[in-house]
Ligand binder design. Structure first.
Ligand SMILES: C[S@@+](CC[C@H](N)C(=O)[O-])C[C@H]1O[C@@H](n2cnc3c(N)ncnc32)[C@H](O)[C@@H]1O
Length: 296
């Protein structure tokens, strides 16, 4: 958890990442406001406990704060529609392992870092070494932390059974999310990466907590482009979600102060979020939900 952000990683290079000239096609992906690359150092993070998954899990299990429980129920509960008692399922990058508290059937929890609740240590950048296939693979807020996203999707094909599914939760850097990230100096972004080039390094490969929060948007802003560049996967579902409910949670792993609210108020906030996201998705949406199906 040192201070090795992408911005100061000497060996990380690529359009817009190493301060080199920016070819036109990459610039096109940049939002007009707060679109330039931003990579705060870990040491500048105004949220507490960045990367402290052990503390995050202990605090949640001890206090079950209502706002965070509500957020996690929304983040993971929808996966129960895809995972049954006989589904062989694997989560990559499980962090604090919250998924298993909200998904009823057993899921193999994996992460690149060993934790007491981690069933198997798996590096998502070395999936070819896994030697096993799954009906369902889950990636929740993990893809924006990996170094080579297209290499990841290429190798993912060898882990998902034909006809199987990939369930994804991701950050969506709408304008309000970019403002929040900027304010809290929590995680950064660069839209200036050629996302569909398998050799693109979009994050610091040495640091599992380095983040490029633009990655999911670059991957999924044009669903047909994703399918053309990730042959073997089709997109079955894509939704934007989470606005006020995310900052109100107080953070899943890194923490800020919040005031816990009763369930009826949280339900009202869900309705406000849905309206805001329908009105202006690229302003208000802070997360996305994606389902990919692996072809035969
Ligand atoms: C933001 S946490 C998400 C945790 C959890 N999935 C959730 O949604 O609450 C990101 C996790 O991805 C893991 N991670 C980062 N790079 C990884 C890699 N190459 N392979 C596997 N896990 C990785 C980190 O160790 C961290 O636990």
């Amino acid at each position: 958890m040192g201070g090795s952000s992408l911005a100061n990683s000497s060996h990380v290079a690529g359009p817009g990442l190493d301060g080199g000239p920016l070819p036109r096609p990459y610039r096109a992906a940049r939002p007009a406001i707060l679109g330039a690359p931003f990579f705060p150092d870990h040491g500048a993070n105004k949220m507490a406990h960045e990367g402290d998954v052990i503390g995050a899990r202990a605090r949640f299990l001890e206090r079950r704060p209502n706002n965070l429980r509500h957020l996690l129920e929304k983040r993971f509960g929808w996966m129960n529609d895809y995972i049954g008692p006989h589904t062989k399922a694997l989560e990559l990058g499980c962090g604090a392992g919250f998924l298993q508290l909200f998904v009823k059937s057993p899921v193999t929890l994996s992460d690149v870092e060993q934790r007491p609740w981690v069933n198997r240590v798996v590096d998502a950048m070395k999936l070819k070494e896994l030697g096993e296939t799954y009906d369902v693979v889950i990636c929740s807020h993990m893809i924006h932390h990996i170094a080579r996203p297209m290499q990841f999707f290429e190798d993912l094909k060898s882990v998902v059974k034909p006809g199987g599914l990939v369930l994804i939760n991701e950050i969506h850097t709408g304008l309000v999310m970019r403002l929040l990230l900027r304010l809290m100096r929590h995680e950064g972004w660069s839209y200036d990466v050629d996302i569909f080039d398998r050799n693109t390094i979009a994050n610091d490969p040495r640091d599992p907590w380095s983040a490029n929060c633009a990655i999911p948007q670059l991957l999924f802003r044009d669903l047909k482009a994703f399918e053309a560049n990730a042959p073997g996967f089709t997109i079955e579902r894509f939704e934007l979600n989470e606005c006020l409910v995310f900052p109100l949670s107080g953070g899943v792993i890194a923490k800020t102060r919040t005031i816990n609210l009763p369930n009826p108020v949280l339900k009202l906030i869900d309705a406000v979020d849905a309206l805001l996201i329908r009105l202006a998705p690229d302003v208000f949406a802070m997360a996305s939900r994606v389902v990919l199906r692996r072809g035969p």
